[in-house]
Unconditional design. Structure first.
Length: 128
């Protein structure tokens, strides 16, 4: 409701804003899960026995309420494989495997993927 007569009164439906916040959190989580799935399907991660890619890389949603979702590789050797430029990778399973497997999502050909997934999910949730 708006009134203009020397002052301005503006009422906001808080339940609507809470609904948008819930939709954004859910869309954000779906975006992270979609990126994780694309990361596995694209074959960018090193693959020897599948532990790093399939079992020890996951979406951590413990801080979703704060607006943070992490894709975590929880192995001792993940940091070394990611940051060490001179390592050779077995490419018999994942042909595109290399270190810094998140670079295509940050600066490369998959750069806008996260935004596309989030926009699609958010649009779908706001229509409900």
């Amino acid at each position: 409701m708006w009134r203009i007569r020397g002052w301005l009164v503006f009422r906001v439906r808080l339940c609507g804003i809470d609904g948008v916040r819930r939709a954004a959190r859910a869309a954000f989580l779906e975006m992270a899960c979609g990126m994780h799935g694309d990361l596995v399907d694209s074959g960018l991660m090193p693959f020897e026995d599948g532990v790093l890619q399939n079992e020890d890389t996951f979406v951590d949603e413990s801080r979703l309420g704060d607006g943070r979702v992490d894709i975590v590789s929880d192995t001792v050797y993940a940091r070394r494989k990611y940051f060490e430029p001179g390592l050779e990778f077995d490419r018999s399973v994942n042909r595109q495997a290399s270190g810094r497997w998140f670079e295509p999502y940050l600066e490369g050909e998959r750069r806008g993927l996260w935004l596309e997934i989030f926009a699609r999910e958010m649009k779908g949730r706001l229509r409900q």
